[in-house]
Design a protein around this ligand. Sequence first.
Ligand SMILES: [Zn+2]
Length: 423
Amino acid sequence: MNVDEHAEALASDLGVDKEEVKADLQNLIEYSVPVDEAKQSLRRKYGDESSGSSEPSSADIADVTTDMGNVTVTAKVLTVGKRSIRYQGNEQAIFEGELADESGKISYTAWTDFDLSPGEVITVGNAGVREWEGNPELNLGESTNVAREETDLDVSYDVGGDSSLADVRPGDRGVSLELTVLEVEDKVIDGRDGETEIKSGVVADETARLPFTDWEARAELTEGATVRADNIYVREFRGVPSINFSEFTTVEPISRDVDVNDSATKLSVREAVETGGAFDVEVTGNIVAVRDGSGLIQRCPECGRVVQKGQCRSHGQVDGEDDLRVKAIVDDGTGTVTAILDDELTAEVYGGGLEQAREQARDAMDQEVVADTIREKIVGHEYRVRGNLSVDDYGANLEASEFAETDDDPAVRAKALLSEVDA
Ligand SMILES: [Zn+2]
């Protein structure tokens, strides 16, 4: 190659003006800089970060780090999930999933449609590397090229997204599941395009139950329906994984019986807290205290937060709306968790609804009497609490769906035993 050809190749590689590159190159060569070194120095000057070569270096997936600007890998496509996002004001379909080679696997996001399908082996040239949830992820964009390979790759991961509810994790994409719908509720939300109908509820398989959202409000998802769903993505919702049906999810009814396990997972408080968040668990322990902010409370009409002395943390002075709630500390000897009871469960333990609570507060000229009444009833007693657990820096909260006193009073137990003997 002569200088002109070198300059032309370099300029097109770097996307800069050829005459400018040629002038620089000629200058360096006149100072006896070898051509290759001159080209490298020009790459640095014009901002190509891949030092030395115009091709990003090939790497094993296990060696890909976020320090690499871009990289080339040869890998097998494990999963392909399709999802729509709003990017710079436009609706755009993106493709997400995982790639694997002999050394490991990595997740990817493709911003254009490379028509990927699970099981094929591809070489992804010039993929960007970014950090996603603490791990490197490949970004396949317009400057990425994808070539199909003839040879197979022996990877130690399952191809395709077949999974089970016990195995899914927030962030999983392109997942396939066979599910039974246990509970479903129609909802109208204020979406980004105005009011949108969605469905939410609970799905189950042999391994677990999890909450779901169907952003397309599909007719097929009725209570008791058993379906195979492809192209699901998993998000975290209130500390637990949640199954998301997007517009690209396909749902097929199946006739197979999914043997659903309908009981909550029974755990010690410590085990429950160690999960970091769990759907539908059950703990049993003593109520050691009823926390402040229980009983008759007021909520901000704007955001639903509990207001104190008429002040919302976000909305300032507001006209709070009355509500009933209990925050009870449950201790089973292995740890503590705060059980949160909604208005209905609170009314059950209090022995009356909102009207009764208001009346008691009026008579006493102090709304704390409602919490005191609840304290007297439950503190020191043992309760079985079922619900969804979330854990954060401030502690563990169990949003109760059931809250029932155990019959663990020795006298009651003895009596029950006697009646069994008599019978
Ligand atoms: Zn508010």
